[in-house]
Design a protein around this ligand. Structure first.
Ligand SMILES: Cc1ncc(COP(=O)(O)O)c(C=O)c1O
Length: 351
């Protein structure tokens, strides 16, 4: 077991206490809420949830389902209001003002934003040019520095779509002296996960979200998977009611009913990913290899103008061309066959 260091807040945080209850449909005289939801809302959500009441602060039902989906014990799950809130919880748990966190640019920018808001100092260890491989040796060295408390790896990475081999992740986790987060927001599109390793390494935390694989971006639900001791700290740091009753219910329904649909969507996206990359090649554009539901495409110095012309025709892509390490690149989400065909058609006309 590694002695990973928690922030001062992480060491003292205690969960907010609510009344616990086991009876279904009990009368809530404990939370100062109205006895019924507003009529228009009642009609809209058709008795789906009692929106006038607070949710179960422990999200027990959802947690049980996530645990089954991820094949880990419930005590290893922390439900969060989105992957982004999960990043904030991680920053609060591990960073005191002036502590360092490692990111591997080009990568998801919210790690730096959220950790800086929490007074952390960014330590960038860039991915290799073109291959986007992580520099494991440099990351491990950085982890040994006194004030490095948190490392963020992303697998597959956003916006490159590149992956980190499992052996490299294991190497970093086992040899680093601090907490290592593996963000698997796009993990389902890759089909490989390090979730089982959270049972073995107490400094490994996996971050997930319902936004990408589960079709619930608007519901704002994410979760963290980590050893039970750390999970208790995350639970104390998160908002006690951070996830709305409605969103929790939507996530429960999806896990209960829609897993076959999710599997089909993922297969469809993987097939479309290949087709889209091929279609882009025929237009003379090269996409980097991707294991996620998007492609990073090198458009060269006309990238911004191409993105703007697409936008003017109602097709929005992510212009990353002025970002460090992403010169000339745009990121394109892989969508349905029909939508991808439209994208290619409009792109062809513009080019
Ligand atoms: C790598 C990565 N992690 C986490 C998130 C956060 O997702 P959300 O806040 O929608 O749950 C995103 C969103 O784009 C992402 O790309």
């Amino acid at each position: 077991m590694k002695a990973i260091k928690l922030s001062q807040i992480g060491q003292i945080a205690r969960p907010y206490q609510w009344e616990t209850y086991a009876v279904k449909n009990c009368l809530r005289f404990d939370t100062n809420t109205l006895p019924s939801p507003p009529p228009s809302i009642k009609r809209t959500i058709k008795g789906l949830v009692s929106i006038n009441e607070y949710s179960d602060p422990a999200y027990r039902r959802l947690k049980t389902q996530i645990a089954a989906y991820e094949r880990v014990p419930e005590e290893m799950i922390t439900v969060t209001n989105s992957g982004d809130e999960a990043i904030d919880i991680l920053a609060k748990t591990f960073l005191d003002p002036g502590d360092r966190f490692v990111v591997t640019p080009p990568t998801y920018e919210m790690f730096t934003i959220q950790c800086q808001i929490n007074r952390g100092i960014v330590y960038e260890i860039p991915l290799a040019p073109k291959t986007f491989a992580v520099d494991a040796a440099a990351i491990i060295r950085a982890s040994k520095k006194l004030r490095t408390k948190l490392i963020f790896l992303v697998n597959p990475n956003n916006p490159t779509g590149s992956v980190i081999p499992r052996l490299t992740v294991t190497d970093i986790v086992s040899r680093s002296s601090c907490a290592v987060v593996v963000d698997e927001a796009y993990g389902e599109f890759y089909g490989k996960t390090v979730v089982p390793l959270t049972k073995k390494y107490n400094n490994l935390i996996v971050l997930k979200t319902f936004s990408k694989f589960a079709g619930l971006a608007g519901a704002r639900i994410g979760y963290l998977i980590a050893n039970p001791t750390l999970s208790r700290v995350f639970d104390a740091i998160r908002f006690p009611m951070g996830v709305s009753t409605l969103s929790a219910n939507l996530a429960e329904q999806v896990l209960n009913n829609d897993q076959p649909w999710i599997e089909k969507q993922i297969l469809m996206i993987k097939t479309e990913r290949k087709k889209l990359a091929k279609a882009l090649r025929t237009l003379g554009l090269s996409a980097y290899p991707s294991e996620a539901n998007f492609l990073l495409v090198d458009v060269g110095n006309r990238a911004s103008s191409v993105a703007a012309k697409l936008a003017a025709r109602g097709v929005i892509v992510r212009d990353r061309s002025t970002k460090p390490y992403l010169n000339g690149c745009i990121r394109i989400t892989v969508r349905s066959p029909k939508e991808n065909t439209t994208l290619i058609k409009v792109l062809e006309e513009i080019l």
